[in-house]
Design a protein around this ligand. Structure first.
Ligand code: HAM
Length: 420
């Protein structure tokens, strides 16, 4: 029979303890990022993976690549158009409006899978995971600092080198419009030298031309109008002040050509990139989206947010060995395993900082010890027929050349375990 395979661009993640394995790092990254979010006093929100397809037309924008080409849409049994979410922001705002929470401030985080029908390559998948943050209900100012502080905390927590945070300001709706008009006017006479993708962008969403991968377009853009000339002083001041405040923590660069691929942005935008990632060099992106809540039928709720691609980020990081101690629990008798299991259960309640691995498979003591060593266990607790009869256990120290081992009473075992 043919074997069923996973879909293209939709990898499985399976942590098997190998620290260089992407999946191992993926889970560690999730855990550590979650701790950072909690330390910023953010509340968790979890929205469904499936949404009414209209949500993304009206938010991410039907001029964006995401909605145009990449969104997964299907009709359900009731013929309703359903989308697999390509990102998390629109769903968060939909949820806040639905619960009538759109008149107050919120500081939220989420983590979970997103789907985009892109051409898979290194760092680009069709199912990928994001860790996101949204700060709702607060106007431009302090939330911008909080966002960049968060990005610096993430970069520094993982000791990342060779990465930078690019920041820009897209101005108000009006500034954005005047700049786009000027850009179109400048590029129109060169239309014949643009490729089809850029011609399409020029008519649908001119800002995206700045993101063009074509060398010809980039050469033309060198003399194009810059958004810098359209921004008011306070926007420029915000960029300078963020650069000044955070430059000693991270490499922060003002980049007036930075635009984002989703339509809902206005005002401050940013991206974190790494020269170690190749073509898909951006591992985190975000910005202000003051008009989104209103666009989706809610109140005026000025907001800002960001999302980090967990797979892409996991490529970059190296994870230190866990500081948690590992104890392997080896039972070498086939008769009284339930009684031994009760002892393991009791140990687990006594010290929650320890990873206790009860070996469930049968085998000789030698093979079980071999596996404990492979797992980098610090101690093995061994229980055989004699130990069970006498209410004792053997504690073997595995990280001192295997010499040290002692037989102890169960009471002594419990006291020892508490102090590991
Ligand atoms: P985004 O820039 O589209 O922004 O995605 C954020 C991050 O998700 C990217 O920097 C990248 O690391 C990761 N990512 C995107 N597409 C893929 C893919 N196909 N494969 C692997 N990783 C990918 C957003 O999604 C916005 N919702 C961020 C935001 C939140 N803005 C305001 N609030």
């Amino acid at each position: 029979m043919d074997k069923i395979k996973s879909l293209t661009g939709m990898p499985d993640h399976h942590s098997d303890g190998d620290k260089n394995n992407l999946s191992f790092k993926f889970f560690e990254v999730e855990q550590m990022i979650k701790e950072i979010f909690i330390s910023y006093k953010l509340d968790e929100i979890r929205t469904p993976a499936l949404e009414d397809a209209n949500l993304f037309n009206r938010s991410v924008g039907n001029a964006s690549d995401i909605v145009n080409k990449e969104i997964y849409i299907f009709n359900d049994r009731n013929d309703k158009a359903i989308a697999l979410r390509p990102e998390g922001t629109a769903s968060v705002i939909r949820s806040i409006i639905e619960k009538k929470l759109d008149q107050t401030t919120h500081k939220l985080w989420y983590m979970g899978p997103m789907w985009r029908y892109e051409r898979p390559q290194k760092g680009r998948y069709r199912q990928f995971n994001q860790a996101g943050v949204e700060i709702l209900g607060i106007k431009e100012g302090l939330p911008e600092f909080e966002m960049i502080s968060l990005v610096c905390s993430i970069i520094n927590r993982f000791n990342l080198k060779n990465c930078s945070i690019k920041i820009n300001h897209l101005g108000t709706k009006e500034t954005k419009k005047s700049f786009c008009d000027a850009l179109v006017q400048y590029l129109q006479p060169f239309k014949d030298s643009l490729d089809n993708k850029d011609i399409e962008r020029l008519s649908k969403n001119p800002l995206r031309v700045l993101d063009s991968k074509s060398e010809k377009t980039q050469a033309l853009l060198r003399n194009a109008p810059s958004i810098e000339d359209f921004l008011d002083e306070s926007s420029i001041e915000l960029l300078k002040s963020i650069k000044n405040e955070f430059s000693d923590l991270c490499d922060v660069e003002i980049d007036f050509s930075l635009v984002r691929g989703l339509d809902y942005y206005s005002g401050f935008v940013f991206e974190a990139i790494s020269s170690e990632l190749g073509a898909q060099d951006s591992f985190l992106g975000g910005g202000r989206y003051d008009n989104l809540c209103k666009m989706l039928g809610g109140k005026d709720l000025p907001s800002i947010g960001m999302a980090l691609g967990i797979e892409r980020f996991a490529e970059l990081v190296s994870i230190d060995a866990s500081s948690k101690k590992i104890v392997s629990f080896l039972v070498v008798t086939s008769n009284l395993e339930p009684k031994a299991y009760k002892i393991a259960h009791q140990l687990r309640t006594l010290n929650k900082e320890i990873i206790l691995d009860f070996h469930l498979t049968e085998g000789s003591l030698k093979s079980k010890l071999r596996r404990a060593n492979k797992d980098n266990a610090d101690y093995a607790i061994i229980i055989g027929e004699d130990e069970l009869k006498n209410n004792t256990a053997v504690i073997k120290h595995l990280n001192d050349g295997h010499k040290n081992q002692q037989t102890v009473s169960l009471k002594e075992l419990y006291s020892f375990y508490k102090t590991i």
